[in-house]
Ligand binder design. Structure first.
Ligand SMILES: [Zn+2]
Length: 88
């Protein structure tokens, strides 16, 4: 196998693998398992994309103390009930 084919294989399996693993990490799931699933089957990237974490993931998702909803870390208030984010 030549160098360019080798690069193609890395891109073909590596990109969805890394993406799936990273998304799993931001959602509190096992990045290794999801990375290995996503590499040969890129639709797992879509599945993990739509997964909501069940707990707070510092830097990525907050859990609302009022309604228990999980919303993106960068928002200043809960997107479900509007309670303001407590600044830690
Ligand atoms: Zn809320």
């Amino acid at each position: 196998m030549g160098f360019s084919e080798y690069l193609f294989v890395i891109a073909f399996f590596g990109v969805p693998g890394v993406l799936g693993g990273w998304l799993a990490h931001t959602r509190g799931k096992n990045p290794l398992v999801w990375g290995l699933l996503s590499a040969p089957f890129p639709f797992f990237v879509l599945i993990i994309w739509f997964q909501k974490p069940t707990a707070e993931i510092p830097g990525y998702f907050r859990k609302c103390p009022s309604c228990g909803g999980v919303y993106p870390w960068k928002l200043n208030a809960c997107k479900y009930c509007g309670v303001e984010t407590e600044q830690k």
